[in-house]
Design a protein around this ligand. Structure first.
Ligand code: BTN
Length: 274
């Protein structure tokens, strides 16, 4: 990632904080958390060519071969961090659009192409008496892992452990072009900064509108959510101002589902009798 700083500068946005790159590391997010605890400034970035202990949501592993993008960026938001995962999704989607890829967002924070996963986001935070101290936003994009397996959330055990997935897709496959992870990183960072400043300037509604517009077209459809080991069914009607998924359940109430506990969201199988 030696070229990342230069790419950011060439794009007119000199980066305001240190960028640390590793050829190989356990997890860029774990490293950035250490830096955050030691007082690193907002916008500090850690990237790695490969991760040996990459983490996805819900404690799953994230397969992280060289050629993919593994990036974590430190934020110190003055207000509620609840929208940051959605904001990051919008930013990654916009970044990919600049390479000609029209990804779709799947709540809470997957970027899909068709039904296959192109990128994943993991927001982790720490708060103290004054509120949120830091948020580490971890972003993994399947760019061009060459002969290696594409990155995605892999099962921890069982016959599929460490393998991947049909359900992953890479930018290489999607565009037919060889892209450098640093080119994608520069665009992702630019877009995260742009949307973050927009939200901080009182335009959080723009984030929600952009997210809603780029979402998989599931609005009005019956979905099934696995949350905290419990299956919930309802019709997806939208997202609220805090980024929760709104479900219309059987008795007509609309209930918010918060992302933290959710391990699966999918369209519900529907039966029709005619
Ligand atoms: C998911 O879809 O479950 C989230 C995947 C997040 C992966 C990224 S790669 C960079 C950062 N470091 C990690 O260990 N995880 C995130």
């Amino acid at each position: 990632m030696t070229g990342l700083l230069a790419l950011l500068e060439a794009g007119g946005s000199p980066w305001p904080a240190p960028l640390e790159h590793h050829q190989e590391i356990g997890s860029t997010s774990d490293r950035l958390k250490e830096l955050a605890r030691a007082g690193a400034p907002e916008w500090t970035v850690v990237t790695a060519d490969a991760q040996t202990a990459g983490r996805g949501r819900q404690g799953k592993a994230w397969i992280s071969p060289p050629g993919n993008l593994h990036l974590s960026v430190l934020l110190r938001p003055a207000t509620s961090p609840n929208l940051l995962p959605l904001l990051a999704g919008v930013a990654v989607r916009e970044a990919l659009a600049s390479f000609g890829i029209e990804g779709r967002l799947k709540w809470p924070n997957d970027v899909l192409l068709g039904e296959r996963k192109l990128a994943g986001l993991l927001a982790e935070s720490s708060s103290g008496p004054q509120g949120t101290e830091w948020v580490v936003l971890g972003i993994g994009v399947n760019v061009d892992p060459g002969g290696a397996k594409p990155g995605d959330v892999a099962p921890e055990a069982g016959p599929l452990a460490g393998r991947l997935p049909e359900q992953a897709i890479t930018l290489r496959e999607a565009t037919g072009r060889a892209l450098a992870p640093e080119a994608v990183a520069a665009e992702v960072l630019r877009q995260v900064a742009l949307w973050y400043h927009r939200a901080a300037a009182g335009r959080a509604a723009d984030v929600l509108a952009a997210w809603h517009e780029a979402a998989v077209p599931w609005w009005g459809q019956p979905v099934e959510v696995l949350s905290g080991g419990r299956v919930m069914q309802g019709v997806a009607v939208g997202i609220d101002r805090e980024g929760a998924l709104l479900l219309r359940v059987g008795d007509g109430r609309v209930v918010p589902v918060v992302a933290g506990e959710v391990s699966r969201l999918r369209l519900a199988a529907t039966e029709r009798t005619e």
